[in-house]
Design a binder for this molecule. Structure first.
Ligand SMILES: *Cc1c(COP(=O)(O)O)cnc(C)c1O
Length: 408
């Protein structure tokens, strides 16, 4: 996006503000679906938890992208956005049987990731088709916090428990219509991904009545210049070939599924903030901005890098800054970061602010969560208002039960 448009958005809607460029989302979608065009049936389900604004869900729906959800609330958001229940898959972890049954009743595809719930659900609802989330025990992912396929991960049913799964299926006569894996975010090595896929194919052979195989997600996107990213085209060529061969062997044209979150929305997002104060200490120049870990926690929580640019004065001489938030904790967005000289009042932009940014925002320090704006067809559309004081108090229940301590 052009700096002038970002500045106009900050001027119109105030700061801090999240901005999403719909064109980038569409081009990422086209890139991914293009990479798998040799497979007859491909189904992309967008991982709602990355960015769950209704406008984004509607945009996905308009592209023919379904939704991957992890809570009943995400399912409800999807339905509210007009997504058909059959285009939603629900992949919860550690969720109650009651919630799973409620979602199943809505007509949403259920994906179960533990033996206990599988047995209970299969016994009570043998006619409802269920997908099984497998843990292939492949160590993938950028770091341990986001890697979910390793040996003691809480996600998925271990491949070593396939005999147990088969026994449950036999005993309950339930219908398994899909096999799924999601090994975690930030997959760099295509061979690791293909290796995990082979495990999935081996698993799939045990189930005679499948409709789809879902390969999850974990595509890495570039966060800075020169960053390695998942080579989607190469993955597409290799996995498509293997998938088509498997379908032949299996005797049915299955659907190949993916559930990208980050890949579709990360690079589409910009988080705009204002420089409140430049503070020079003996060793560091701090740029204090009008936001903090309450609005963008990835740098503190995952050690994530987000490029930061000076939108107001992009051509200034570059200097080194520690960019810090206004929260009363150490909330450092970037240390020793080279940015075009900042002055108080400048608007800065964090890049890659589409995925896991607003959706992880909180009201810590009793701050309002920011507005969200969708840049579409060269126009800014407000898609979420900035919160107000009322939002902070509306769920609180006022009590009048304390006696004032009399002062001497
Ligand atoms: C979070 C999640 C995804 C999306 O992962 P990305 O790295 O954002 O692409 C996909 N599937 C499941 C089950 C998830 O929990």
């Amino acid at each position: 996006m052009e700096n002038s448009n970002l500045l106009a958005i900050a001027a119109q809607f105030g700061s801090p503000v999240y901005v999403y460029d719909s064109e980038k989302i569409v081009s990422q979608y086209k890139r991914l679906s293009g990479a798998f065009k040799k497979v007859k049936h491909v189904k992309l389900n967008y991982a709602v938890k990355a960015l769950s604004n209704l406008a984004i869900l509607k945009l996905m729906n308009s592209l023919g992208v379904g939704l991957d959800t992890v809570s009943i609330q995400e399912v409800k958001l999807g339905l509210l956005a007009g997504v058909a229940p059959e285009n939603i898959i629900y992949t919860p972890n550690g969720v109650s049987i009651e919630e799973i049954e409620e979602v199943a009743k809505m007509g949403v595809q259920i994906n179960i990731d533990n033996l206990s719930i599988l047995e209970q659900f299969g016994t009570k609802h043998p006619k409802t088709p269920v997908c099984i989330r497998i843990n292939p025990h492949v160590m993938a992912g950028g770091n341990r916090k986001i890697s979910v396929g390793h040996i003691d991960s809480k996600f998925g049913i271990s491949i070593h428990q396939i005999p147990h799964i088969l026994r449950i299926v036999e005993n309950t006569q339930m219908h398994i219509n899909g096999i799924h894996m999601h090994t975690g975010s930030d997959i760099l090595d295509i061979d690791v991904f293909l290796h995990a896929s082979e495990i999935l194919f081996d698993t799939a052979k045990h189930f005679k009545n499948l409709d789809f195989i879902d390969f999850g997600s974990g595509f890495k996107v570039p966060y800075k210049e020169g960053d390695i990213e998942t080579d989607i085209e190469e993955l597409g060529t290799k996995l498509s070939k293997r998938f088509n061969a498997f379908c032949k062997e299996y005797g049915k044209e299955l659907t190949l599924g993916f559930e990208p979150g980050k890949f579709l929305v990360s690079e589409a997002g910009y988080f705009l903030a204002k420089v409140n104060v430049i503070k020079q200490t003996t060793s560091t120049v701090f740029a204090g901005i009008d936001t903090g870990l309450n609005h963008l926690i990835r740098p503190m929580f995952y050690n994530s890098h987000h490029d930061i640019v000076n939108v107001s004065h992009p051509k200034g001489k570059e200097r080194f800054y520690s960019v810090v938030g206004y929260i009363c904790e150490t909330d450092t967005f970037a240390s020793n970061r080279k940015i075009a000289a900042l002055t108080e009042g400048d608007i800065i932009a964090f890049k890659n602010a589409g995925a896991y940014c607003f959706s992880m925002a909180s009201n810590y320090n009793s701050r309002y969560r920011p507005a969200e704006v969708l840049w579409h067809d060269n126009k800014a559309h407000l898609i979420r208002k900035r919160e107000t004081f009322e939002d902070l108090t509306k769920q609180q229940v006022s009590v009048d039960i304390f006696n004032t301590v009399a002062s001497e």
